[in-house]
Write a protein that binds this ligand. Structure first.
Ligand SMILES: *Cc1c(COP(=O)(O)O)cnc(C)c1O
Length: 388
C-alpha cells in the first residue's frame, strides 16, 4: 500500500480540523493548485487572509527585503517597520490611538480583553452568533456552545445578547459593563449584517455608561468591505478595535488598537509577546496597505462585490446575498451549503459553508471582473446541481 498525504497527515498532525480536502502545492493571484495539478479559483483566500491573493510581488519583495536586512529582534528592541505600521494603522483610524501587535485574531482579542479588565470593571456584553477566537479568553466571548462547553470554566462575567437587537443591548448595558464587543458584520455566523443604526446604538450606550466599545474587525477589516474598517460605514469610532486575517496578507500578524485614553490602560508589565510586531510581519502589513492604496483596491472591492451580488441574487436557490464588498454571504433556500461546498470544490471553486444554509465568499481583494464572472457562472451551476 502506498502512503498517501492523508495517511501522513492523520499520522502526524492533531485531528482538530478533520482531514483537509486537498493538498495544495502552489498559489498565484486568485488561483491555487493541488498536488494533482488541478487549479482552483480561491474565493475564500485562506479565510479572508490573502488580501492580495497568492504570491503577490509586493509582499514577496517586502518580506524578502526585511528578512535579509533584519528579521526577528524581540520587543526589547524597536524596528522601523513596526513603528511605521503602527503609525499607518493609527492614521487609517484617524484618531489619537495606540497599537499592540500580536500574531493572530485570537491574540489581538486577548489583548483587548486584558485592556477591558484595566477599567476596573469586568462585565463584557457580547452577541450571540459571535466568533472571536479559540484561546481561553477569546473562547469565553465566542458564542458557539460546542466550542466552549469542553473547556469550561472559562473567564466569566459575560452577558449574551441577540445580535442586531438594539433594545436587548440597551437592557444589558449599565454602569457595571466594562465593554460591549461586536463584529460589525458577523463573519463565521455566515456574513450576518446588523440592522441600520445598531452600531450607533452600541456607541451611544457605551458612551453613556462609561463602557468601552470593542469592535472585532479581524475578518471585516483591512479593506474587505470596501472601507478600511467595516465600522466606518456606521460613522462611529470604537474605543478598541482588533485586526488580523487580511492585515499581513498571509504573514501571521494581529493588532489591537485602542483609541484615546483606552490606549494607556495597559502599563509596562501588563501584557507582552515574543513574536508580536515582528519586523517581517509588520513589513508585510505595510506592503498590504501600500498596495491597497496604490491600486485603489477599496473602490475595486466595492465594484466586484456588487458584481458578485448582482450575479447570484436571482438564482432560485438563493434567498438573500448578504455582506459588503468582498465579504459575501449566500443565503440558501434549503440547507444544502455542505453539498454545495463539496460540488464547488469538485468544479474548481474554493468557498466555505459557514452554516447549513449559508455559503461564505471572502476572495482576495484583487479578484478581477473576469474572475468574478467565472465565480458567478460556477456557483450558479453548483447551486443548480445541489437543488432538488
Ligand atoms: C478568524 C476570527 C478571529 C480569530 O482569528 P485567529 O487568527 O483564527 O485567531 C477572531 N475574530 C473574528 C471576527 C474572526 O473572523
Amino acid at each position: 500500500m502506498t502512503t498517501t498525504w492523508t495517511n501522513r497527515y492523520e499520522g502526524a498532525v492533531m485531528n482538530t480540523f478533520g482531514t483537509p480536502a486537498r493538498l495544495l502545492v502552489r498559489g498565484e493571484g486568485a488561483y491555487v493548485w493541488d498536488d494533482a495539478g488541478t487549479r482552483y479559483l480561491d474565493l475564500l483566500a485562506g479565510i479572508a487572509v490573502n488580501a492580495l491573493g497568492h504570491g503577490h510581488p509586493a509582499i514577496v519583495e517586502a518580506v524578502t527585503r526585511q528578512l535579509t536586512t533584519l528579521g526577528h529582534t524581540s520587543n526589547f528592541f524597536a524596528t522601523e517597520p513596526q513603528i511605521a505600521l503602527a503609525e499607518k494603522l493609527v492614521g487609517l483610524v484617524g484618531q489619537d490611538a495606540r497599537v499592540f501587535f500580536a500574531n493572530s485574531g485570537a491574540e489581538a482579542n486577548e489583548a483587548a480583553f486584558k485592556i477591558t479588565r484595566r477599567t476596573g470593571r469586568t462585565r463584557i456584553v457580547v452577541a450571540e452568533g459571535s466568533f472571536h477566537g479559540r484561546t481561553m479568553g477569546a473562547l469565553a466571548l465566542t458564542s458557539k456552545e460546542a466550542y466552549r462547553a469542553p473547556f469550561e470554566p472559562l473567564p466569566g462575567d459575560v452577558t449574551w445578547v441577540p445580535y442586531g437587537d438594539a433594545a436587548a443591548l440597551e437592557a444589558a448595558v449599565d454602569d457595571t459593563v466594562a465593554a460591549v464587543l461586536l463584529e460589525p458584520i458577523q463573519g463565521e455566523a455566515g456574513v450576518v449584517v446588523p440592522p441600520e443604526g445598531y452600531l450607533q446604538a452600541a456607541r451611544d450606550l457605551t458612551t453613556r455608561h462609561g463602557a468601552l466599545l470593542w469592535i472585532d474587525e479581524v475578518q471585516t477589516g483591512m479593506g474587505r468591505t470596501g472601507d478600511w474598517f467595516a465600522y466606518s460605514a456606521s460613522g462611529i469610532v470604537p474605543d478598541l478595535m482588533t485586526l488580523a486575517k487580511g492585515l499581513g496578507g498571509g504573514i501571521p500578524i494581529g493588532a489591537c488598537l485602542a483609541v484615546g485614553a483606552a490606549g494607556s490602560l495597559l502599563q509596562p508589565g501588563n501584557h507582552g509577546t515574543t513574536f508580536g510586531g515582528n519586523a517581517v510581519a509588520t513589513a508585510a502589513g505595510l506592503a498590504v496597505i501600500a498596495t491597497i492604496e496604490r491600486e485603489d483596491l477599496l473602490g475595486h472591492v466595492t465594484r466586484v462585490g456588487d458584481q458578485l451580488r448582482r450575479g447570484l441574487a436571482d438564482h432560485p436557490q438563493v434567498t438573500d446575498v448578504t455582506g459588503r464588498g468582498l465579504l459575501v454571504g449566500i443565503v440558501l433556500r434549503e440547507p444544502v451549503a455542505a453539498p454545495a461546498q463539496k460540488a464547488a470544490l469538485a468544479a474548481g471553486l474554493i468557498l466555505n459553508n459557514a452554516t447549513p444554509d449559508r455559503l461564505r465568499l471572502a476572495p482576495p481583494l484583487i479578484l478581477s471582473e473576469d474572475q468574478a464572472a467565472d465565480a458567478v457562472t460556477g456557483i450558479r451551476a453548483v447551486l443548480d446541481e445541489v437543488s432538488a
